[in-house]
Design a protein around this ligand. Structure first.
Ligand SMILES: Cc1ncc(COP(=O)(O)O)c(C=O)c1O
Length: 426
């Protein structure tokens, strides 16, 4: 480990591993910030058009997508009132963006991971002449061409699965580099679909670095870079368009008087960063985004609060990066994502493992939501943000439940057993 850096602006509570509500002092109007960013709305629209081009293929490859015509999106749910009150204390309306049930992968990483594999398939296809109907990519002739290519990624688990599922469905070889503490069942699930899983006795950042150098030496190989990829980011960003359609269909207005507050679990920052970027384009300052991190892996708050342009890690401020919120177990935020969200997010809430597990239990028994700890933490963050008086109570709060729908039964049962006894059952 490097010598600790001073990281002066990082709050003492974050350094001490105490659950914290950090308000971003540098948030600025969206209209000022968005034009300065490296990606623009036209990039999100192009990504949306790509999803549509591939929809017939996706619906052919994944039967569960037939009902949506090949579009990968999740439901916008409204939990019962007693549950909503236990989260927001009666302030505002609570909705759940149910990415834990996202078809194909059961987690938010499908939005970025599946999208980037589709983008790469299109790049490969350009060398042969792109077909009019992308459903042709399911044919043996195209699979044979794709089979000469390898898609490589480093992951805490869910990105690897999303990339792996899509890559294998098209016939690509797939290689996923994972840290030794990544969940065994996530590794087994990848091996079952024919992915080469490479384990590293190190953390997620080291696994990504290993994946990057492994891919760099090989021809016909694409590295999905969780730390810097614009394609991943754009795949996530298109979720904002889906959400706008759902809110309109539900008759929910979003404006200055009826703001939207969105709680987004954050690992390296790509998924919540991409969604924030998309939402700010769609709703401007009427949407406020709050990131959620484990107390032991608060990489984004450390990066932003330190005001450093160089990478500052959670180890630099004395945290361990050991957490049951495994999808968020990232020691160093993506500098790309941090730069995008620096002036866009309202703040970050850090959540302890005990509270995260408590919300796994409450979400299940009180709202029927099967969540992994990384996703359940978003409820805890909504509680903390509201209790801190930061929720005006005039609009809609959306908790983005980012994963858990495909947890094996025994793993989920164990999480419920591990949940603190203080949790109540309705
Ligand atoms: C369930 C879940 N939620 C949230 C995230 C955060 O995404 P990101 O690492 O892009 O910030 C992840 C990342 O793997 C995840 O698995």
């Amino acid at each position: 480990m490097n010598d600790p850096k001073p990281a002066l602006g990082v709050p003492d509570a974050v350094r001490a591993g105490v659950p914290t509500v950090w308000r971003n002092p540098h948030v600025r109007p969206a209209a000022e910030v968005l034009p300065t960013l490296p990606l623009q709305w036209s990039d999100v629209q192009a990504a949306q058009a790509r999803w549509r081009r591939f929809a017939p293929l996706l619906s052919k490859l994944f039967p569960e997508l037939r009902s949506s015509g090949g579009l990968i999106d999740s439901a916008l749910l409204e939990p019962k009132e007693s549950f909503a009150r236990s989260v927001l204390g009666g302030q505002g309306r609570l909705l759940v963006k149910a990415d834990h049930d996202l078809p194909v992968t059961g987690c938010i990483k499908a939005r970025g991971g599946v999208y980037e594999v589709l983008w790469y398939a299109e790049r490969v296809a350009e060398g042969f002449g792109v077909p009019d109907d992308f459903a042709a990519f399911a044919d043996p002739a195209w699979r044979e061409r794709f089979a000469r290519h390898t898609v490589v990624v480093g992951s805490t688990g869910n990105l690897g699965f999303s990339v792996g599922v899509m890559a294998r469905a098209l016939g690509f070889a797939a290689e996923v580099h994972m840290s030794s503490d990544a969940k065994a069942w996530k590794k087994d699930r990848l091996r079952r679909i024919g992915v080469n899983v490479v384990e590293h006795e190190a953390d997620y950042t080291a696994a990504v670095a290993a994946a990057r150098s492994s891919a760099a030496t090989r021809p016909q190989c694409h590295f999905v870079d969780d730390e810097t990829s614009e394609q991943l980011f754009l795949g996530y960003a298109t979720a904002a368009i889906d959400l706008r359609v759902q809110l309109e269909a539900a008759g929910i207005a979003v404006d200055a008087g009826r703001p939207l507050l969105v709680y987004l679990p954050c690992g390296v920052g790509g998924a919540p960063g991409g969604i924030t970027f998309g939402l700010k384009h769609v709703f401007g300052d009427a949407v406020r985004c709050v990131f959620v991190e484990p107390v032991e892996s608060p990489c984004m708050v450390v990066q932003l609060a330190s005001e450093s342009r160089e990478s500052v890690s959670v180890y630099d401020v004395g945290r361990s990066n050991q957490t049951v919120q495994d999808g968020l177990a990232v020691a160093s935020a993506s500098l790309f994502a941090a730069d995008v969200v620096r002036h866009l997010i309202d703040g970050v809430v850090t959540v302890s493992d005990a509270t995260s597990l408590e919300w796994v239990r409450r979400a299940w028994f009180d709202a029927g939501l099967e969540l992994e700890p990384s996703a359940a933490s978003a409820f805890a963050a909504a509680v903390s943000w509201s209790r801190a008086g930061l929720n005006a109570g005039k609009g809609t709060d959306i908790v983005w439940t980012t994963g858990g729908g495909l947890l094996p039964d025994d793993v989920f049962q164990q999480l419920l057993n591990d949940s603190p006894a203080s949790a109540t059952r309705s």
